[in-house]
Design a protein around this ligand. Structure first.
Ligand code: SF4
Ligand code: SF4
Length: 349
């Protein structure tokens, strides 16, 4: 294994209560990672890397709001400085709790900082709510600018829901205007209010964004442009080359099944169950019967993320309706246009 990728849940607590938050179910749990658990996490990671011939590990600090347990982040990073292995750090934060000390620390330790930001102040205030009922937009944008002035690499983690489909272009432009150079889009597939029309609107909006970036700001990395050509997705490797660790030290294959008892595949004290490797291989080998004959199969998220299928449909091979509709009414439209651009030099504006 060349590289390991691990998400660490520093805390389940959060100072926001965003409308679409996937952590809602855990809201009553005020658990944060203790120093003892963090120490076990680091022992386990070093051993896991040693046993699997892995020299490099990307650690992603998550939550809840991870900055609410910043001491654990410092503890882990400071300890890993003494390790013979190489570590890279990322954090996803709502950006409201950054102060000079935290910004300096993130900068000095070369963190990639992903700030959850969905676009304009109006969009922010509709969906990203502070528990104190405050308008946090200006604070978060002010902190993004402080991070940028310090020299930190800041990306936006943008969640798109049906209600924001029609202002996708406006929201992306607003992020570009505050100096964001990388935008990672996450579609809320679990939202039950998506309609076919929303996906078609999203496709039109995305073509506008692509055209804008191509003409006016080529240095922007926008995840929905990708490399210009559809890419085949690899098989699920959750619980092998990537996994997620809870505040209590439980190990799950990924964020989709985080907190689900059925997918508690080990602990940082006892390690990952030896049977998991065989199980994920078997899951990957199952046939997606409903998808037979679909040309999107090798590119389809429902074919790769079978644990997500299970979470939503209680069946590894039953595709998620919103993923299927997204492919057929959004991705396919983009691929077709890309194909035209690349082969016929078409201008989509
Ligand atoms: S289901 Fe998807 S996100 Fe989860 S481990 Fe597998 S590939 Fe990764
Ligand atoms: S979920 Fe839909 S788009 Fe994906 S492979 Fe199946 S039929 Fe095709």
């Amino acid at each position: 294994m060349v590289e390991l990728s691990v998400s660490i849940w520093c805390t389940m607590q959060c100072n926001f209560c965003c409308t679409y938050c996937y952590e809602k179910n855990y809201d009553n749990k005020q658990i944060s990672m203790s120093m003892d658990t963090a120490s076990n996490v680091m022992d386990y990671l070093e051993k896991y890397m040693e046993d699997n011939g892995c020299m490099k590990c990307k650690i992603h600090f998550h939550g809840g709001e991870p900055l609410l347990n910043f001491e654990i982040i410092e503890y882990i990073v400071n300890r890993m400085k003494k390790s013979a292995k190489s570590f890279e750090y990322e954090i996803t934060t709502n950006g409201s709790l950054l102060d000079d000390h935290k910004i300096n620390y993130l900068y000095e330790n070369n963190f990639s900082v992903a700030v959850s930001l969905d676009g304009t102040q109006e969009t922010f205030n509709l969906w990203r709510k502070s528990k104190l009922g405050q308008d946090e937009y200006k604070i978060v944008v002010g902190n993004v600018k402080k991070l940028q002035r310090k020299g930190c690499f800041v990306s936006a983690r943008m969640t798109v829901i049906p209600q924001t489909a029609s202002c996708f272009f406006e929201n992306v432009s607003s992020l570009i205007n505050i100096g964001i150079k990388k935008i990672d889009v996450s579609f809320d597939y679990e939202n039950s209010t998506w309609e076919q029309n929303d996906f078609e609107i999203l496709a039109t909006q995305t073509l506008r964004i692509q055209s804008f970036i191509r003409d006016k700001c080529k240095d922007i990395v926008f995840s929905e442009i990708g490399e210009g050509i559809p890419r085949e997705l690899s098989k699920c490797n959750g619980g092998i080359s990537s996994f997620t660790i809870s505040c209590e030290g439980y190990i799950y294959p990924c964020i989709f099944v985080f907190g689900n008892e059925e997918f508690k595949i080990g602990t940082v004290v006892e390690g990952i169950l030896p049977s998991w490797k065989k199980k994920i291989k078997e899951i990957n080998q199952l046939k997606m019967i409903e998808c037979e004959g679909c040309s999107m199969l090798p590119l389809c998220f429902s074919n790769k993320c079978r644990l997500f299928n299970y979470k939503v449909n209680h069946d590894y091979t039953k595709p998620i309706d919103n993923v299927c509709a997204m492919n057929n009414f959004y991705k396919l439209a983009l691929y077709k246009v890309r194909d035209k651009i690349y082969h016929e030099g078409c201008d989509i504006r």
